[in-house]
Design a protein around this ligand. Sequence first.
Ligand code: NAD
Length: 171
Amino acid sequence: MRGLYIGRFQPYHLGHQAVLKKIAQEVDEIVIVIGSAQESHTPENPFTGGERMEMIYAALTEVGLRERSVVTPLQDIQRNSVWASHLRSMVPRFDVVYSNNPLVIQLITEAGIEIRRSPMYQREQYSGTVIRKLMRENGEWPLLVPDSVADFIREIGGVPRLNAVSRSDRD
Ligand code: NAD
């Protein structure tokens, strides 16, 4: 049985990691899909599809799930009505989708694919929006992501980049 977990992962954090560990108890293999893969270098989407892929593989290695997982990027498309077939056409086969995103739940359900929601883990802090804010404010963001992800973000200069793309020419 193969489960698919989709997210933007900007960045991949400990809430995502908790969901993933739960999914790993329910299925044999996991397809992790990086949504909005075309986006990067913006305040909401600082990291490229490839960088997010590296983050996730590093985090999977940390928890011993790399052998059972495949990570693949997926670009957005303009038409929500055909997104589920776009997804199916671009990624390895899967039996069930895991998401708490209301639009994803709606589109996958309409396509007749099984969907499972996962519990939320400390959503007030394990949130991409909160983590990107802490990055801009020089806060304790590394505590909210797996250690390997924090190392990777430092290595690629993720925080200076986020600060740069968040500035305007009036700053
Ligand atoms: P996300 O990175 O915000 O979250 C990924 C998943 O993790 C979600 O199910 C979310 O609910 C869950 N999560 C987040 N924090 C958590 C926590 N603390 N505890 C437990 N679970 C937590 O990504 P997302 O916004 O759900 O990603 C959906 C992707 O699908 C986006 O890239 C979107 O663009 C794409 N999409 C595209 C189309 C289209 O192209 N037309 C349509 C639908 C969806």
